[in-house]
Design a protein around this ligand. Sequence first.
Ligand code: 6PG
Length: 484
Amino acid sequence: SSADLGVYGLGVMGANLARNLARHGHAVAVYNRTTARTERLMDNHAAEGEFVPAADLADFVASLRSPRVAIIMVQAGAGTEEAIGQLAELMEPGDIIVDAGNTLYTDTRRREEALRDRGIHFVGMGVSGGEEGALLGPSIMPGGTEESYQRLGPMLESISARADDGAPCCTHVGPDGAGHFVKMVHNGIEYADMQLIAEAYDLLRHVGGLSVAEIAEVFRSWKDSELDSYLIDVTTEVLSRTDPATGQPFVDVIVDAAGQKGTGVWTTQTALELGVAVPAIAEATFARAASSSADARAAVRGASIELGASQDAPLAGVEREAFIEAVRQALYGSKIAAYAQGFDEIATASAQYGWNIDLGAMATIWRAGCIIRARFLEDITRAYAQEPELASLLTAPVFSAALAGALPAWRQVVATSALTGVPAPAFAASLAYVDQLRAERLPAALIQGQRDFFGSHTYHRVDDPTGVYHTLWSTPERAEEKWN
Ligand code: 6PG
C-alpha cells in the first residue's frame, strides 16, 4: 500500500487529473476498466511522477494507503453508479470514495447516506476547467464530511488553480451533496454567460451590421473592461477563425443547434423546485432547446410569419459605436443578474439542506481554473467579504452602481431586439428580473385575487400581512372573512 490516492477512470479528464496529482508529488494509483488506457497513460506519462498502475480493482484498492482515497472519473450515470458499488465492496470504514463527475446532487446525497451507514466517506466533488484545467489546475468543489476534507484537502489544494493572490481554487463546500450542487449551479451560470455572449454577438452582427471579424475585435477590446473573462477569450478565438475549406467565418459553417449534457436543465429544474427565480439560466437552457428544435424551426420559418420589422438593418457610423457600447453594458448588466440568480439558488439550497455554504468562498474558488473564471469574480468575492449576509448580489454597492449605469443602455438594447426581431431572451429575462426585484408593487397582488376568486386560495392584506383572508366574491355585503 504505497499510493497516496487512486484515480479510477482514465479518460482524458481522469488521466489529466492523475497526471496533475503525480506532477505535484503525490503517488497515484491508476485504474481503468479497459487496461489499454492504463497502459497508454504509463507509456506516455510515467516519467511525470509516481504512478502505481493496477490491472484489477482489488490490486488498485490494495495499493492505496489507509485511510484510502479513490477518485472516480468515469461517464456520469450508470458508469459512476457501478464504480461506486464495486469500490464500496473493497473499502473499509474510514476510507473515502470521491465522485468527480457532474452528478445530480440528489444522487450524491442518496449515495453519501448509504455509504455513511457503512462508515465510508462519500464525497461528491465538482471539478471545472475542462481537460486542460484537470491537467494544469482546475477549480475544485468538494462536498462530504469535514473529516474527509482533512485527508483530501491538502492534495486537492496542491493541484487546483490559483487565483492572482495565490489562494487555491479549492475549498470544502459543505456536507453531502453541497459540492455537486455548487458545481451544478456553476454550470447553470456557464450556460447563462455563454448565451448572453451569443446574444451580444447576434445583435452586433444583425442589428449593428458588424462583420464576424469586427465582432471578434469588439470582444477582444472588452477584455479591458469588467467583462474580461475566459468565456470572452474563447468567444474571440472562435470568431477569429476562418473555415479553411470554404473561406467563410468558422462560426458560419457550424450547425446552429446547441447541445447539452444536462447540467443547465438540472440547475433550472432545481430552481423551480426550490422556488428560486433563475430566468437567465432558464432562458439559456431553453435557448439551447429552441435552437435544436429543427422541425419546429423549419415549420415556423416556412410559414413566413410577417415580423413587422426587419433584420439586418445595419446602423451608420456614430450610431454603430454607441450601439456596441450599449450592447456591452447590456451584457454586463445581464451578467450581474445571472450571477445573482445562481448565488441565490446556492443560498436557498444551503439554507434548506443546512449546508452552511460560504457564498464568498464560492466566488473565491471560481476566480481561476473554471470555465466561468473572470475578473468580475473578484468583485463578487469582495462584495461577500464586506457583507456576508447579502440578500442579493444586486444590492452589493459595486453592482447596484453598475446596474444603475447599465440600465438605460440595457433597456435600449432589449427594445431594439424586440423591434428588429433579433432574439435576445436572456438579456430580456435578466432585465425583467432586475425590474421585478426593484418594483415597489408587483401584479402578484392580482394573481392572489384571481387565486382566491376561483379556488379560495386566500391572501394576506397589506394592513395585516400575517392574517389569512378569503373574500366571498359573490356576496358583496359580507365581502371578507379572516381565516386566522
Ligand atoms: C466545466 C464544464 C464542464 C462541461 C459541462 C458542460 O466546468 O469544466 O462546465 O463540466 O463543459 O459538461 O457541458 P454541456 O454544455 O455539454 O452541458
